[in-house]
Ligand binder design. Structure first.
Ligand code: ZN
Length: 264
C-alpha cells in the first residue's frame, strides 16, 4: 500500500494537470459512471491529500474521494489529447493538460464536503500537513497499552504511515515495536513523530523511500532493490550492526526490527 508521501506527491502531480481547469470525468469501465456524471464538465478547484486519502473539490461543491488501498493505481498521461483506455479504468479525469486514469481503488466516490469532513475526522494528524497537531497523535500513543508498532500503523492515531516508515522510524529511535505506547517517554514519542515527519517529507522529495542517512551509508548504484535504502525493513541483517533482523506481526503486517539496536 502506498504510504503518505506517495499520496501527497500524487496530489501535487494531479494539481498541475487538473486544478483550476474544466475536467471531463468519466468511467470507461462503467462502475463509477453515475458518480462521474455529477461532476463531469465542472471546474476542479483543488486537490487535497490527508494521510492515504485524496479529495478532489469541484466548483459545484461536490468532492471526489479516492483511497487507493492495496491495488489502486493512477496512470498519468500529459498532453491535450485523451490517452487510449488501457485495462479497467474506474475513473478518468481529463483536462486540456492531461489525462489521469484510476484503476483498482478501494474507494472512488463523489460526495459532499460534510462527507469529506467525516472521513478526515476519523483520522489522526498527518505529519505532512502544515496544520497537523503533533500533540494529538503523541497523546493518543502515550495513553495506549497497545504496542507502539501497531499504533504507528493505526490511521486514527496518525495518518499516512505505512509498513516501511513505521519500522524505520522505530529503528532510528531505538524503540522495540512491541513496547506499549504508554511505556514510551514523551521525548521518545515526540522523537518518533519528528522522525516520521522528516522521513515522509524526504519521501515526497525523492518520490521513493530512502530512510538511511546518506552521509553514513551511500545509496547503492543501479536498479533499486528492496532493503537497499532502509536500516531494517525487508533486510536479512541490520544495516548498522549486522544482527539478523527479526519480524513481529503487528497491525496485521510484519514489523521488521533489530533486536540488538532496539532491545526494548
Ligand atoms: Zn542493529
Amino acid at each position: 500500500m502506498p504510504e503518505g508521501h506517495t499520496i501527497h506527491r500524487i496530489a501535487k502531480d494531479h494539481t498541475k494537470l487538473l486544478a483550476a481547469r474544466t475536467v471531463r470525468v468519466t468511467s470507461p469501465q462503467g462502475r463509477f459512471a453515475t458518480d462521474a456524471a455529477l461532476v463531469d464538465g465542472r471546474v476542479l478547484e483543488r486537490i487535497e491529500a490527508v494521510g492515504k486519502h485524496l479529495f478532489y473539490f469541484y466548483d459545484n461543491g461536490l468532492v471526489g474521494h479516492v483511497h487507493l488501498g492495496l491495488f489502486g493505481k493512477f496512470r498519468v498521461t500529459p498532453g491535450p489529447d485523451q490517452a487510449p483506455v488501457v485495462g479497467q479504468v474506474r475513473m478518468r479525469m481529463a483536462s486540456e493538460a492531461g489525462t489521469v486514469d484510476l484503476a483498482g481503488p478501494t474507494d472512488c466516490s463523489i460526495g459532499t464536503a460534510d462527507e469529506r469532513d467525516a472521513i478526515v475526522a476519523r483520522l489522526g494528524p498527518d505529519p505532512l500537513r502544515r496544520d497537523a497537531q503533533p500533540e494529538v497523535a503523541i497523546d493518543r500513543m502515550a495513553k495506549s497499552a497497545q504496542p507502539i508498532g501497531q499504533l504507528l500503523l493505526d490511521q486514527r492515531v496518525l495518518a499516512g504511515v505505512g509498513n516501511v516508515y513505521r519500522a524505520e522510524a522505530l529503528f532510528v529511535q531505538h524503540i522495540n515495536p512491541r513496547r506499549a505506547g504508554k511505556d514510551c517517554t514523551r521525548a521518545e514519542l515526540t522523537g518518533l513523530w519528528d522522525t516520521v515527519a522528516a522521513m515522509l517529507r524526504q519521501g515526497v522529495k525523492d518520490n521513493r523511500i530512502i530512510t538511511i542517512d546518506r552521509s553514513e551509508f551511500p545509496i547503492p548504484k543501479g536498479p533499486a532493490r528492496r532493503g537497499d535504502t532502509t536500516y531494517v525493513y525487508h533486510r536479512d541483517v541490520c544495516l548498522r550492526c549486522s544482527s539478523p533482523v527479526q519480524t513481529v506481526e503487528l497491525g496485521g503486517r510484519a514489523c521488521y526490527y533489530c533486536p540488538t539496536c532496539q532491545p526494548r
